[in-house]
Write a new protein. Structure first.
Length: 196
């Protein structure tokens, strides 16, 4: 799971998701009839897209949380005998919303998205964009069953009425620290009595 990730990783995860979905949509004639080019998949919020009839699918990053399970990781080796703070590890929460006219079309597109993210639950290697592409980092796609209350709060924050959508957590995106410190050598200390 370790990799070298720049601060651009947050943007690159969204780009990776859009790329993967477009790859799979192209191979499916039913969904490709509804989403016929990559520009119809956007990482903008449904609110920002409310007057854009060209976009058919929103993959909106609505929340970022530090991953609690990796918070106390040990430092990593830097260059020249230095050590670097461990990477900042993040869970990215996405709201996936089909923006089509009919409920049937919305459900078809949402079903395809869920199928793709279930079949490709771990993104790695060539699935990843930007600085992630050459890294050994793995991103895990997890369907996030949010409560009706939490879902309602998200839509209220977007200042929109509820739309058919699902939430996913992408775990774990790592942002490398740039802070390095010199390693202090271990010194053998003896007490005043000559013992160890």
């Amino acid at each position: 799971m370790l990799g070298v990730s720049d601060y651009t990783v947050i943007a690159e995860v969204g780009e990776s998701l859009a790329d993967i979905l477009w790859q799979e949509v192209q191979a499916d004639p039913v969904v490709n009839a509804l989403i016929d080019n990559q520009g119809r998949i956007s990482t903008q919020s449904p609110f920002d897209l409310r007057n854009d009839n060209n976009v058919r699918l929103s993959i909106y990053l609505y929340r970022i949380v530090e991953n609690a399970f990796t918070k106390n990781s040990p430092p990593v080796r830097g260059l020249g005998g230095r050590q670097r703070k461990p990477p900042l590890t993040l869970d990215l929460f996405y709201l996936v919303t089909p923006l089509l006219g009919s409920p049937r079309e919305q459900q078809i597109v949402l079903g395809k998205v869920m199928q793709v993210l279930y079949d490709r639950a771990v993104l790695e290697g060539t699935d990843l964009a930007g600085s992630l592409a050459g890294s050994s980092q793995e991103l895990h796609m997890i369907l996030n069953p949010v409560s009706l209350e939490e879902s309602t709060r998200v839509w209220q924050a977007l200042d929109m009425g509820y739309r058919l959508s699902v939430c996913y957590v992408v775990r774990v995106a790592m942002v490398d620290s740039r802070r390095e410190e010199a390693l202090q050598p271990v010194v053998d200390r003896r007490n005043d009595y000559g013992g160890v």
